[in-house]
Design a protein around this ligand. Sequence first.
Ligand SMILES: [Fe+2]
Length: 287
Amino acid sequence: MNETASANTTPGTAPVPGPEQKHNTPIHNRNYSQAIKQSPEFMSFQVDFAVCLKELRGYFHTIIAENFKSPDFLLEKTNSLLRPGQTTIDFFDMLHNLRSVDDSIYVHSLNVALIARMIGKWLKLNAEDLETLTIAGLLHDIGKSLIPDDLLNKQGRLTDEEYDLLCQHAKLGYDLLKPLPLDSRIKKAALMHHERCDGSGYPEKSTTDDIDDFAHIIAIADVYDAMTAARTYRAPLSPFQVIAEFEKDGLQKYKPKYILTFWNILLPRTRTIMYCSATDVPQTSFC
Ligand SMILES: [Fe+2]
């Protein structure tokens, strides 16, 4: 993700600053967001992201049809989105500017896989664990593909019954993955990514030590992505607001080792991570 300053400039558009420049230069958020969106790197990322989504959608259907195949090809495509030197633009800036594209299960799953992989890199996981963690992110919400679309897309508050049904996606996903020749941590991430350290999660109300490490990491990526997505009832939260939310009870709900790592990496970036939702909601400036 690091190249020369000249590679950041697209004719006819505002220049996209490199990572070092960004943190020191006040830039109007909207101009910056537009510059990213008009850059060849972002357009290329968007195309690669769409290809990945198509593959992921097909892979979910393959598993549901009990026609298992190795997720290696999917992993390769996912990893290529984070390949060093792929782009000069910060990964999180890319992700946030993709927000207007779609917010399906597949977009969310791919986002969670990429964010979890970033967290795994910061934790210095070995290459094999990074691959497994990425697949865990891709498949963590596969159970949602067994939940009726009208419930998944319902606007407004869910009834208690609807909420209970939605919560079943964790167990449904686990049941789908359980018989497959996949690392057990991938299956546990599907089952446990809504568990919380203080026992306030679901489906088992497990506490810290009973929750698998990969599920702890996927939980943070999952919540971060959900909060920074637009919802029918609220605008997307900025990364800065997400961190403020995490600060309220993050150390009770998430494993301190992982949430503190995530904060430490994300905090310096909140000055420049931009938003551009489908409704072009008011931007919050951290510059
Ligand atoms: Fe989930």
